[in-house]
Design a protein around this ligand. Structure first.
Ligand code: 13P
Ligand code: SF4
Length: 372
């Protein structure tokens, strides 16, 4: 159970740019800098520390919890996040959060998922522009057209979508459980074909792990689609001892060239479990910073791509979000009820305790596109 419950102290809080790095702040935050000294320059700490200190005190006053995705910068992820992890873990934890207010340090679809699962709580996102190229690639009308064209197949929807898209789907999945969800949906519907939207790369990578035929949509993550197999081969030549660890939103030939593929949670667990001497995480840039803090014995090579949406979330934004209770994320009640069925169907599936990996040795498989 995550909780920061404390009685309200009810005093006014200064704006973010009025907070100062004084002796009290230094005393209360020095232990955090000690952990992050390898990933945050000392000269930057006086800018972060007053915000970290104020956020941690203010969230107690607001009875708030902060959900921080693995792609948050380390000062957010390690210093103010109450629940941290990949999309599946955050969705699981939000259901248990004993709080009045949830601040989503992540992107908009994650905040919507939090609201869908906790409709009675106030869900805030520090910047409403924190979107996602996958969520922007498809809307509810597209899914209704797919349903009309393929009425006999279940529609499995990646959580990186709007509430409206989830509401039109049968079940959601994340990169942590995609193969298991596709196989469960096929079993339940008694079909050998599943529609899996909107990430064409995740769909193709799932197709390589299962005998189920997959129909997909032409959506992509703008961060992961840019990695290439040539880049991986080049890294392999330059760092022959490194473990190359990638995310299933990457093209299939990138996974094939890597040693391991899985959700961001699975990537972090792989480093923790194997303690490689050198690791290369083929994903968003903050991931290596966050994982390196917990794995000081591993050297990280960082050929990363930034997610411009995740990077809209800053410490100052998190603080102002809590101070001014902005920006509230709401979901129409009927849409939320229907979307909850798809998310809950995913959460109800029995899944292994440890996030499963994609077998990168399997041949690259095809997935066809839906035609609507
Ligand atoms: P996971 O953290 O679920 O692997 O998702 C990665 C991602 O790109 C989220 O936007
Ligand atoms: Fe979307 Fe990709 Fe950014 Fe994740 S990393 S929020 S999938 S654009």
């Amino acid at each position: 159970m995550i909780s920061n419950s404390q009685p309200s102290v009810g005093h006014d809080w200064p704006a973010a740019d009025e907070l100062r790095f004084d002796a009290g702040v230094r005393l209360r935050t020095d232990h955090l800098f000690g952990r992050l000294a390898d990933v945050i320059p000392e000269a930057e700490w006086p800018l972060h520390a007053p915000l970290i200190d104020a956020i941690n005190r203010l969230k107690a006053e607001r009875n708030a919890v902060i959900l921080a995705h693995n792609y948050m910068t380390p000062e957010i992820f390690h210093c103010v996040g109450d629940a941290t992890g990949d999309s599946l873990k955050l969705a699981q934890l939000v259901a248990q959060a004993d709080a009045d207010v949830i601040v989503q340090a992540g992107v908009h679809f994650m905040a919507e998922t939090a609201k869908i699962l906790s409709p009675e709580k106030t869900v805030l996102i520090p910047d409403l522009r924190a979107g996602c190229s996958l969520a922007a690639s498809i809307n509810g009308a597209d899914v209704r057209r797919i349903r009309r064209a393929y009425p006999d197949y279940p529609i499995v929807t990646y959580v990186n979508t709007s509430a409206e898209v989830k509401a039109e789907s049968d079940i959601c999945c994340t990169s942590s459980n995609a193969v298991q969800v596709v196989e469960a949906a096929a079993r339940q519907w008694g079909t050998d074909t599943v529609v899996m939207i909107p990430d064409e790369y995740l769909a193709k990578n799932v197709a390589s792990q299962t005998d189920i035929r997959i129909l997909t949509w032409k959506g992509a993550c703008e961060v992961h689609e840019r990695f290439t197999a040539d880049e991986i081969e080049q890294l392999r030549k330059e760092h022959p001892d490194a473990m190359i660890i990638t995310h299933p939103e990457c093209p299939s030939d990138v996974l094939k060239a890597a040693d391991f593929a899985g959700s961001t949670g699975a990537m972090a667990a792989f480093v923790r479990d194997h303690s490689p001497k050198t690791a290369i995480l083929i994903t968003e840039c903050s991931m290596s910073d966050n994982v390196s803090v917990e794995n000081p014995g591993t050297r990280f090579i960082r050929p990363c791509n930034l997610c411009p949406h995740m990077k809209r979330i800053t410490l100052a934004g998190v603080y102002e979000s809590l101070r001014l209770l902005q920006f509230e994320v709401t979901v129409d009640a009927d849409v939320a009820d229907r979307a909850r069925r798809s998310v809950q169907a995913m959460l109800d599936l029995p899944l292994p305790g440890k996030p499963p990996a994609f077998d990168t040795r399997r041949p690259v498989a095809a997935a066809d596109y839906v035609t609507v």
